[in-house]
Design a protein around this ligand. Structure first.
Ligand code: SAH
Length: 216
């Protein structure tokens, strides 16, 4: 019999991630350790372990688990890293990153989402996540440079301001494009101030918007 910590839907969740090509053991473990059901709307709890994106407050979305795992794997996070995430949303991606990195800085432009995410981090005792309500497009200059930057909203073009806050040999992963489908790109610092750009796959993210939200 599966134990309570390992219900069948959670085992399927891991299996789906493996089958779809996630092979980094540390990433798989982090995905296993973070209870996604805490991050979805109460009405969606039964669907929390399905491999699909779900709606959250403020008209935003919690990404599909495979996309979270894939972006995390492509970011190549190590235990000593300080990681910046743009677009806290539910807080799920930040929580997964917090299991892999030393410190996670995350920025959200909706106060309501930020507050709810902070409550979840507290509940799960994830003490290495530092939050900020603000415009993530501007990054977090006071805490820069970062080893890794993950953008979880679609940037209209190359995110230059964020790239300027990356360490010389750092990695930034971001969906880039203006349409409903964007290109997931990975930028590797070449150690000399330049970047090597790699195209990873097509993705669907909500847009990275300017400024903070005026509504709650
Ligand atoms: N990482 C989230 C999902 C991201 S959805 C999770 O794991 O649940 C994208 C989020 O980016 C939304 O919450 C949206 O409000 C936020 N966002 C969009 N533009 C932003 C900006 N300029 N600064 C900060 N957050 C932004």
């Amino acid at each position: 019999m599966p134990s309570r910590q390992n219900p069948p839907e959670k085992m399927m969740f891991q299996l789906t991630l493996r089958r779809r090509g996630i092979s980094d053991q540390a990433v798989l473990r982090a995905m296993e350790e973070i209870p996604r059901d805490i991050f979805v709307e109460p009405a969606d709890r039964d669907d929390a372990w399905c491999d699909s994106a779900l709606g959250i407050a403020c008209g935003q979305t919690i990404s599909q688990p495979f996309v979270v795992a894939y972006m995390t794997e492509q970011l190549q996070v190590r235990p000593e890293h300080r990681v910046l995430e743009i677009g806290t949303g539910s807080g799920y991606q930040a929580a997964v990153l917090s299991r892999l990195a030393r410190l996670v800085y995350t920025i959200e432009r909706y106060r309501t989402l930020m507050g709810e995410a902070e409550a979840r981090f507290k509940q799960l005792q994830l003490g290495n996540i530092i939050t900020r309500f603000g415009d993530g497009g501007e990054g977090w200059p006071e805490q820069a440079p970062f080893d890794r930057i993950l953008v979880t909203a679609a940037a209209p073009a190359e995110p230059k301001t964020l790239l300027s806050q990356l360490k010389p040999s750092g990695i930034l992963v971001a969906p880039v494009g203006r349409g409903p489908i964007q290109t997931l790109k990975r930028y590797h610092g070449d150690g000399k101030g330049g970047f090597r750009e790699e195209v990873l796959c097509d993705v669907r993210f909500v847009p990275l918007l300017d400024g903070v939200a005026r509504e709650l």
